[in-house]
Design a protein around this ligand. Structure first.
Ligand code: CP
Length: 319
């Protein structure tokens, strides 16, 4: 694996999940695989889980992880081709990327969308220029449109709770206090579709349709209650509108997932990537209840990151 930007970079979702599960059982089984190698982790926005779990994963493989809060401590990067840099940007990514490639064996980066210019956000210009100019494998720690490490973790967590029957998984929109990127929802849909082992339903109020390239053949509905019937897993997430790009079209407090919603399901497990706005997206009752998987999901971030770094270091290292 030469990069990890989406599920399309993964040779087999199942193989990655199994690799992560093996690391969960034996975290230090390859603790010299990355000896003498460095992973650079660039952040353009805040993180708790992604930053710490990836650092732990790198350390478990014997790698050194160096974190750089680029947006706060670095030069402001230019990404425009042919830009006349007489404004606020100080360094072109074309110049910075090869330097980072000289320092690191793997480059990880977290970017985020403007939510004002869909075409620009969905072009993933910064991360694609890092891929083009860094000369080392690039791993997404969340981009403008996708969050593949989170989604691998989510499939891994679902795998740990697989019922005997083909599960029904519902991705449901939830309210939030501000416009939120589509990346977690896009990515979850993309991974569940690629995994192919569940009936998949996406529920949201009108106007919140995600890009079809990610939802694929999922059943799309505006009726949350109908969607929740017989669900085995309910993944709760807010996202702003893709069509009216970045807009919040409805407050929709009735979409918050509560214990009453869970009673409609097949004893469904409740999932969320965190951080979560309690009693806005999900109720305390659900988050603190026996059906919540959110802490397990966050814990599994270590094993997902370890499987990805390991696959880049040694693609044949599945045993
Ligand atoms: N889920 C997730 O990516 O969490 P952080 O933003 O804290 O990394």
């Amino acid at each position: 694996m030469k990069q990890f930007l989406s599920v399309q970079d993964v040779p087999s979702v199942d193989a990655m999940v199994q690799s992560a599960l093996r690391y969960k059982k034996q975290p230090l089984r390859h603790n010299t695989l990355g000896a003498g190698k460095r992973v650079g982790m660039l952040f353009l926005n805040p993180s708790l889980r992604t930053r710490l779990s990836t650092q732990i994963a790198a350390r478990n493989l014997g790698m050194e992880a160096i974190v750089f809060n680029l947006s706060q401590e670095g030069w402001r990067l230019e990404i425009g081709e042919g830009a006349v840099m007489n404004g606020t940007t100080v360094e072109h990514v074309k110049d910075a990327a090869p330097v980072l490639g000289a320092y690191f064996d793997i480059l990880c980066v977290r970017t985020f969308p403007s939510l004002t210019n869909r075409e620009e956000d969905y072009s993933e210009a910064l991360i694609m220029q890092l891929v083009r100019y860094a000369g080392v494998p690039v791993v997404s720690l969340e981009s403008a449109t996708l969050h593949p490490l989170q989604s691998l973790t989510d499939v891994l967590t679902i795998t740990e709770h697989m019922p005997a029957h083909r599960p029904k998984i519902v991705l449901t929109w939830a309210p939030h206090v501000k416009p939120i990127p589509q990346c977690v929802a896009n990515s979850f849909a993309q991974w569940i579709n690629a995994w192919g082992q569940a009936d998949f339903v996406v529920a949201h109020p009108p106007g919140y349709e995600l890009a079809e390239q990610y939802t694929g053949n999922a059943t799309i509905t505006h009726d949350q209650r109908a969607a929740l019937q017989d669900a085995d897993f309910v993944y709760v997430k807010n996202w702003s509108s893709y069509k009216d790009y970045g807009m919040v079209l409805t407050e929709g407090p009735e979409w918050m997932l509560t214990a009453a919603h869970l009673r409609l399901t097949n004893n469904a497990k409740g999932m969320h990537c965190l951080p979560v706005r309690r009693n806005v997206e999900l109720s305390d009752e659900v988050l603190d209840g026996p059906h919540s998987l959110v802490t397990q999901q966050a814990g599994n971030r270590v094993w997902a990151a370890q499987a990805v770094l390991s696959e880049i270091l040694n693609p044949l290292n599945h045993e």
